[in-house]
Design a protein around this ligand. Structure first.
Ligand code: SR1
Ligand code: MG
Length: 389
């Protein structure tokens, strides 16, 4: 992997001139502020008298770690590619992309600062509204279009080749699908969880099931994924009286198992529900897994008659969806566990007055989702599992 910086790293003071050079602004005065928030990249918002834009740039390292964790900025290529694919099938689900500067790994896009990050809304006690239906439809539209049901075999092979993203996949293989189950310097947890973290590292059944999910992640090239579809990758709000949901940040995109996208969303939604319960907040959390799954399944089945390869018959669709359901539950469990005893944690839990009990509950739920995933027949079984706790 190359880590030498051979491109222009943008600072807030450069953005106005940069946007003019790229033809995205004229001579108007632009006020620029940095709003970087995620683990990986930098984001700037440039606001002028008539319009406002966002510039997102990948650094040659993981932003929150700095140069000690080098990372190829070509992840921005993966993000631009994913946006282009989604724009072809579900343009209203993502921000408008105005241009991609491949030489500088920088995307210029719609300013979404009038919207709010779903995780922040939920942490403040807000509700999902129609978000889960949108997410289910987003995953169905992207995954069907980029699967062997939506593309010819030859086009699919080209997509798989173009979308290979070894460094970003390796992050997931490590921080999501192995490190939490071994001793690793990345791992950390609340002291009240010492016993459970140790138990998870010494749990052969859990280890083998996570190995199974990890191998599915590494080999299951079913469709182009968002790749990091947690509640921090979704903006929500209202524009002119219409609810708006935008999925963003697809830099972890690659051709992988569809259940990884659904599972990440579910894992984060379930933890958000555990937070609400710990705070005594009643909300619409318990319905979200079912709503997103139903929306996904309905849309996928609606698209099925358009499949390009009719050797895949209706009975195969049922089998495919059953496996996908089980994969999604497993990935949801792995997402929950890594967010509590792995590298990157969730403010849903860390900002609770006492994160210990809710984190313990979430860890045990994560384990159950992984090891019992084939025995959970549908959303009602997951709801029963939650209510039992
Ligand atoms: C080093 S990156 C850790 C996490 O941040 C990203 O948002 C992904 O979720 C990744 O797993
Ligand atoms: Mg992200």
């Amino acid at each position: 992997m190359t880590t030498t910086q051979t491109y222009r790293i943008l600072e807030a003071d450069d953005i106005a001139a940069y946007l003019r050079e790229r033809g995205h602004a004229d001579g108007e005065h632009l006020t620029v502020r940095e709003v970087s928030d995620g683990n990986m990249n930098r984001v700037f918002i440039a606001t002028g008298p008539t319009h406002s834009l966002a510039v997102k740039q990948a650094l040659p390292w993981v932003r929150v770690a700095g140069p000690s964790w080098p990372m190829s900025p070509s992840r921005a290529d993966a993000e631009a590619r994913a946006y282009a694919q989604v724009a072809a099938v579900a343009p209203d689900t993502i921000p408008a992309i105005l241009g991609y500067d491949a030489a500088n790994y920088a995307l210029t896009m719609e300013d979404m600062s009038d919207l709010r990050v779903l995780r922040t809304v939920l942490n403040e006690g807000g509700s999902y509204g129609d978000t889960s239906r949108h997410v289910g439809e987003f995953v169905a539209a992207l995954s069907f279009a980029t699967s062997d049901f939506g593309m010819s075999s030859a086009d699919r092979k080209a997509l798989i080749a173009a979308s290979v993203s070894p460094e970003l996949c390796k992050i997931t293989e490590d921080v999501v699908l192995s490190e939490p189950y071994i001793e690793h310097e990345h791992n950390h947890w609340h002291p009240a969880l010492d016993d459970l973290a140790a138990a998870f590292r010494a749990d052969p059944l859990l280890r083998t099931e996570v190995a199974d999910l990890r191998h599915t992640f590494m080999t299951g090239a079913q469709a182009l994924l968002h790749g990091d579809l947690h509640t921090g990758s979704i903006m929500v709000g209202n524009r002119e009286g219409t609810p708006v949901v935008r999925v963003f940040d697809p830099e972890f995109s690659f051709v992988g198992p569809i259940g990884f996208d659904l599972g990440l969303y579910w894992g984060n939604a379930l933890v958000s529900g555990i937070r609400a319960r710990a705070l005594g907040i009643k909300g619409d959390h318990a319905d979200q897994l079912a709503l997103s799954w139903q929306a996904f399944e309905t849309e996928f089945r609606r698209l099925w008659p358009t499949r390009v390869d009719t050797f895949f018959d209706d009975a195969y669709l049922d089998r495919f969806l059953r496996r996908l359901w089980s994969d999604s539950l497993g990935f949801a469990g792995a997402e929950i566990i890594r967010r509590i005893i792995g590298f990157a944690h969730l403010t849903d839990l860390t900002t609770l007055p006492d994160p210990g009990p809710a984190s313990r509950e979430a860890l045990l739920l994560g384990r159950a989702l992984i090891v019992d995933r084939d025995g959970l027949a549908g959303p009602e079984d997951v709801r029963a599992l939650l209510e039992k706790r």
